[in-house]
Design a protein. Structure first.
Lengths: 477, 102
């Protein structure tokens, strides 16, 4: 008798394989029609799906989820719509190299609870643009909204004669099913956006994977910065969807010369500095010491709600909770990643002390992800950037929206932010359609003019060193 | 290239403070390594490397830090006043997990 679980996974993969086969025949024009239809359907349902996500998960702010859906549909579409992703994409007569874009094959896309509809839109768009079938693996706490998003996208694709089963989704989620799918021999890629455990499982599956590392974004407000502006931008970013973006600010570092002004600005702009006693109380609520991670219950909640959970009395319109800390590490639970409107705050000596503090934060769970600086001193911005280990160094920009790209800068709009080798990822890029292609290169015979007139027997003369050979080689230049 | 101080104001207890006054590239490290290790062995007190004037360290310097740590034990060895460039080197090398670096 067939194990129902195995049967289910095999069935999914059989459908995906058929979809991949049909997809491989589609022209660029046909592919682009499908992508346009999917974008329009996703965009048209942006509000409904945002509300659904908020209702189901209880996390974030529905209006901000609408903006996320806009970025994931409209901005992503605008970014990829003119890209060549099918057939010959470049032809260089001089070099004799012709590049052909081929789909990579079935993709399994893991979706986080924090962006359960926008990430589905984004991954479906970049998968279909590259003629790859995609299987959506929702987070268990966001099953309904993620599958509804996938269904809307799929139906729109079918109307433009997309391959049957080019978008599939799991109606039930279990770790066993997820692991089995990730390791299935017919799968070509896992696009893993989620917690560290899930991403690690994707990398361990034996299937190529593009994952993302965790973030722990330090923000250096350098003394030349406009403190009022910096604080305003940080609040815009950290309150966006109640801090659920992995690139959202986690710690503020200010110098002795401007720290008081920065603190005053935070207070003036409705943020609350916790007492040392309240910091301890909040740590117990915000941090799960058994798992060594933020407590999932506070993720995406507003500052007043979290304060209430911790028994801390704050005004109803409080935007952020700030905790003054002296160090970084396990002894300081709020110094790590917290996807909620909570910020650590550090007052340090001068520029070098501030950069050192940011290095500590950067290396405490956020290597390769994103860092942020507010400054009007180009030399200091350059020094900060060269020392940090981050795929995205954002300057005078809200980091949530800045890292995602397309709003405040020209980074590729993406809901999967590569963190490089530091974050155990293959790239620091904002992942987009170009990462889902196999590029074939036709290499036609061309004459290497220097090699042509070079006596290759010289390679066998041991008396000739590298400099002597180079000289002879260049004589034919 | 290295100034030694046993009367440090940095801590109340006696420490051997080695303050480096030049870049700790390979050539400079080789010039002072033996001298430093001898001082460490003779003094038998905790050692502090003061890096205030250093923004480059070679792998020989990292090796020297390990030798000093082994000689006196990791808890008795501290590196202070590191500039960001050097701090990053210690972080990448993973030295900050065993050696106190501030």
């Amino acid at each position: 008798m067939t194990d129902p679980k195995t049967f289910n996974v095999n069935k999914i993969m059989e459908k995906a394989a058929s979809a991949a086969a049909v997809f491989s025949q589609l022209s660029q024009e046909h592919t682009d029609r499908i992508v346009k239809a999917v974008y329009e359907a996703a965009f048209d349902n942006r509000v409904k799906l945002a509300k659904l996500a908020h209702e189901e998960t209880g996390k974030g702010v529905w209006r901000d989820k609408v903006i996320k859906n806009v970025v994931a549909s409209q901005f992503v579409y605008e970014n990829i719509k003119d890209q060549k992703t099918a057939g010959i994409i470049s032809c260089d007569e001089k070099s004799g190299i012709v590049e052909i874009a081929q789909p990579i094959g079935p993709i399994f896309a893991l979706i986080p609870v924090t962006n359960p509809t926008s990430t589905v839109m984004f991954k479906i768009l970049i998968a279909l643009k590259t003629r790859n079938p995609i299987i959506i693996g929702p987070h268990p706490s966001a099953l309904k909204c993620s599958t509804e998003t996938a269904r809307i996208c799929y139906e729109a694709a079918l109307k433009e004669d997309a391959p049957e089963d080019c978008v599939q989704w799991l109606n039930e989620v279990s770790m066993d099913l997820t692991h089995e799918l990730m390791a299935h021999k017919g799968l070509s890629l896992v696009l893993a956006t989620g917690g560290a455990g899930l991403v690690h499982a994707a990398y361990s599956s034996g299937t190529p994977a593009i994952g993302v590392g965790p973030g722990n974004v330090p923000v250096f407000i350098e003394q030349s910065a406009d403190a009022r502006f910096a604080v305003e931008q940080i609040i815009i970013s950290k309150t966006f969807d109640n801090g659920t973006v992995c690139a959202s600010e986690q710690a503020i570092v200010a110098e002795r010369t401007n720290a008081d002004e920065v603190i005053a600005q935070f207070k003036q702009q409705k943020c609350y500095f916790l007492t040392q006693e309240e910091v301890k109380t909040l740590e117990a609520v915000a941090y799960d010491s058994k798992r060594g991670l933020m407590n999932a219950d506070i993720v995406g909640k507003s500052a007043p709600v979290i304060a209430k959970m911790a028994g801390i009395d704050v005004h109803a319109d409080t935007k952020l909770l700030l905790a003054r800390l002296d160090g970084v590490g396990k002894e300081y639970p709020l110094s790590g990643e917290i996807l909620a409107p909570i910020l650590a705050f550090y007052k340090v000596g001068g520029f070098d002390d501030a950069v050192n503090q940011c290095i500590d934060l950067n290396f405490y769970g956020g290597i390769g992800h994103t860092v942020s600086i507010y400054s009007n001193d180009e030399e200091k911005i350059g020094k900060f950037a060269s020392i940090m280990n981050a795929g995205r160094i954002l300057v005078n920009t809200p980091s949530s929206q800045g890292a995602v790209g397309g709003i405040y800068n020209t980074l590729d709009p993406s809901f999967t932010l590569g963190c490089g080798s530091g974050g155990k990822n293959i790239t620091t890029d904002n992942i987009t359609a170009k990462h889902l292609l196999n590029i074939q290169r036709i290499a036609r015979r061309r004459i290497n003019s220097r090699l042509e007139h070079f006596d290759q027997n010289l390679y066998f003369d041991e008396s000739l060193d590298a400099k002597a050979i180079e000289k002879k080689f260049n004589m034919n230049d | 290239m290295v100034q030694y101080d046993m009367e440090s104001n940095i801590t109340d207890e006696p420490n051997l403070v080695c303050s480096f006054t030049e870049q700790m590239d390979t050539a400079n490290c080789l010039k002072v390594e033996e001298e430093i290790l001898n001082k460490v062995r003779e003094s038998k007190v905790p050692v502090i490397f003061n890096m205030q004037d250093v923004d480059y360290v070679s792998s020989v310097f990292l090796g020297m830090c390990l030798k000093v740590s082994k000689e006196i034990g990791f808890p008795n060895f501290t590196v202070i006043n590191v500039q960001p460039n050097v701090k990053k080197v210690f972080k990448i090398a993973g030295f900050d997990k065993q050696i106190s670096i501030t």
